[in-house]
Write a protein of this length. Structure first.
Length: 669
């Protein structure tokens, strides 16, 4: 991994001039484990702040993503993901970053962390560790380039020491033999499969000629005199995170000796062939490997600290940084951190990068539109194609249809309301299936807007007493008995309104319905995408499969509104919705209906609305004892959304005093 990227930039000059790292150690509580909700109380907007910073950085410097990814690897492989790579050399010690293996690390990568940390210090000083900043920035930059979203658990503490002597032999090198590479990964508890999946990061960035396979170095004229000579690792799609690297390796187009070794070794070639042919399999395994690596040797003991990291620079560079901080301070809080957004907006999910597309319209060309087109394809609004980042006629038409289905203002543009709806967690079942609408955008049943799957599949009249079995709970911490109780309640809500009955069985083979939790790619052609995004999916009658994404922060007991995580999802709410699909209902455009596709986090919605009742009764008839749901509770029980805004811009008195003193001192010097 040590030579995925080479970047020479102005930022590198600033980093090279750094000689001292100032560590302001702040006492923090010990953490028993990493958690996605670690900063929920202390810095709720942390992930959004980091995302905003890295997006701007990537737009201005397209090599940022590859450089940051490389920095993350180098940090985690030596002593764990502890930001020790950010500590500078001093007169007493040569730090990791100045080891021979790390000399070529790009300044843009360090600059990315510094910018994000600076922005965080203005909002929540001394709270977010640099190790967490680097982990989140890496994930978001991978997603920005079209790569997979993966969960980053937080709560790492920064290292207080760093030494170059710890590096040799602990970083993968492009000139290592396959046996050597496997040993280096094994030292970090990484398998051969992890190694091959992580090697796919070579699909972005470039390598210097000095690191090429020996037989290719002769093509780099004068590279020994000019060490900056380099070439893209992937000449086909250098700015896109995809599986092209593996295709190139199989064609003999890899630049590094390790590339050729991956294709030649019988232990790794089958995986290279799999990933070259199946990008979904690559993304799934890369996600798992990155989540595994990011947890490696995370420092969680009470003696660790959170470091406020600033590089000691030349006077002019430091003065520029002070001016930048002043700019942040002088801006109104509303400009930096808009209030009024739901809490879920500040919880990362695989669709969060779509926020950067707000304001796009026909004729625009912006990075990320191709990914949005693929999102719309997944839910049936576009046909499969080689998507580009052009806002074309097909995209405009798809957005109009999407807006109509969700009751939005139909403009064909990506206004803020539309983007907010797009990034909201939802069911994985498409709104259009095989080209047919499973979600009516206008009433075809009088005032009702329920819909069916194409062909109106239903359970036959001789199969109205259905059995269901729990088939997989190993990937979640929910007790099986608790899960069973949740399912019983969810099924009963539909039984109350119809002639159907449901009974749990231990016999999986003979059950009509099979329910379980699954991670990533799980064999049904509909891979899950990690936390939020797609919550679950189910298949129409008489298939009988219902799958929940095990990566979610499911709440199976208690009030979801009181959950510790801003990403908390009410299990029964999702179960009731997916059971509707098992019975033949498609999506509804009625926002209060159970069969509405989206569900915001920390929201409970379990009572059938009139639209749901009339839809299911049109398929199976009505239960003569049914009294209706409106007599007891509304269509949404306790549906609330918390607001993560407020508080920005306060308490800057000391900041002003310190900033003023520093600027005056530099001026006098």
């Amino acid at each position: 991994m040590s030579n995925k990227v080479g970047v020479i930039s102005m930022a590198a000059t600033a980093v090279a001039s750094a000689s001292v790292l100032l560590l302001f150690s702040l006492a923090t509580p010990a953490s028993a484990k990493l958690s996605t909700a670690y900063y929920r109380e202390t810095c709720p907007k942390a992930e959004q702040i980091i995302s905003d910073v890295i997006t701007g950085k990537q737009i201005s410097t397209p090599t940022t993503a590859a450089g940051t990814l490389r920095l993350f690897f180098h940090d985690c492989f030596v002593g764990g993901c502890d930001a020790s790579m950010l500590i500078s050399t001093n007169v007493f010690n040569r730090a990791e970053r100045d080891a021979d293996e790390n000399i070529s690390l790009p300044g843009d990568a360090f600059d990315t962390v510094t910018r994000a940390k600076t922005a965080l210090e203005l909002q929540c000083p001394g709270v977010v560790s640099c190790a967490d900043v680097l982990a989140l920035a890496t994930r978001d930059l991978v997603v920005t380039l079209g790569g997979p979203f993966y969960t980053v658990r937080l709560g790492r503490k920064d290292a207080l020491a760093s030494t170059a002597a710890a590096v040799p032999g602990n970083l993968p090198s492009p000139n290592m033999t396959m046996d050597q590479l496997i040993r280096v990964f094994a030292k970090n508890k990484m398998t051969v499969q992890d190694m091959v999946a992580l090697s796919g990061a070579h699909t972005v960035g470039f390598s210097h000629c000095s690191q090429y396979a020996e037989e290719l170095q002769s093509a780099c004229a004068n590279y020994q005199e000019d060490p900056t000579i380099a070439a893209f690792n992937d000449v086909m799609t250098p700015g896109k995170f995809d599986n092209m690297y593996y295709q190139n390796v199989l064609r003999g187009l890899g630049l590094l000796a390790s590339d050729a070794a991956l294709a030649a070794d019988k232990r790794t070639r089958p995986l290279v062939e799999l990933y070259a042919a199946n990008q979904t399999a690559f993304f799934s395994d890369f996600t798992r490997a990155m989540e595994k690596l990011s947890l490696r040797s995370s420092k969680l003991d009470i003696n660790s600290s959170i470091s406020v990291v600033f590089l000691a620079m030349t006077s002019s560079t430091f003065l520029f940084l002070c001016a930048a901080i002043a700019g942040f301070i002088l801006l109104p809080a509303s400009a930096l951190f808009p209030a009024g957004s739901p809490a879920a907006s500040f919880v990362s999910n695989p669709w969060l990068p779509f926020k950067n597309l707000s304001g796009c319209r026909h004729g625009d060309d912006r990075a990320g539109l191709a990914a949005l087109k693929d999102y719309l394809r997944h839910f049936g609004y576009l046909s499969p194609s080689n998507f580009t980042d052009a806002f074309d006629d097909a995209l405009e038409a798809a957005i109009r249809t999407y807006q109509r289905n969700f009751g939005l203002n139909v403009t064909g543009e990506l206004d803020s309301e539309t983007v907010s709806q797009i990034i909201t967690p939802r069911c994985g079942v498409g709104d259009f299936i095989n080209g047919s609408s499973a979600m009516n955008g206008s009433s075809v049943h009088g005032r009702n807007l329920y819909s069916y799957f194409p062909g109106t599949p239903r359970w036959p009249f001789w199969r109205r007493s259905l059995t269901y079995a729990i088939v997989s709970t190993s990937d979640v911490s929910i007790d099986r008995a608790v899960f069973s109780e949740v399912l019983a309640k969810a099924f009963q809500r539909w039984a109350n309104a119809t002639t159907l009955t449901f009974t749990e069985t231990e016999n999986e083979a003979e059950a009509d319905l099979r329910v379980g939790f699954f991670l990533g790619s799980h064999g049904d052609g509909e891979p899950f995408d990690g936390q939020l995004g797609t919550l679950a999916h189910a298949f129409s009658p008489t298939d009988g499969r219902l799958h929940f994404d095990a990566a979610e922060d499911w709440v199976a007991q208690g009030d979801v509104r009181q959950a510790d995580s801003d990403a908390a999802v009410d299990l029964e709410s999702v179960a009731v919705h997916e059971i509707g699909h098992l019975l033949g209902l498609g999506h509804s455009t009625v926002a209060e209906a159970i069969m509405y596709p989206s569900l915001r986090t920390r929201t409970r919605k379990v009572v059938l609305a009139n639209d749901d009742v009339e839809g299911i009764q049109s398929l199976y008839g009505s239960n003569p004892d049914y009294q209706g749901s409106s007599q007891s509770t509304p269509g949404s029980e306790g549906a609330t959304e918390t607001n993560g805004g407020g508080g920005a811009g306060r308490g800057w008195g000391w900041g002003w005093l310190i900033l003023t003193a520093v600027v005056i001192r530099l001026w006098l010097d």
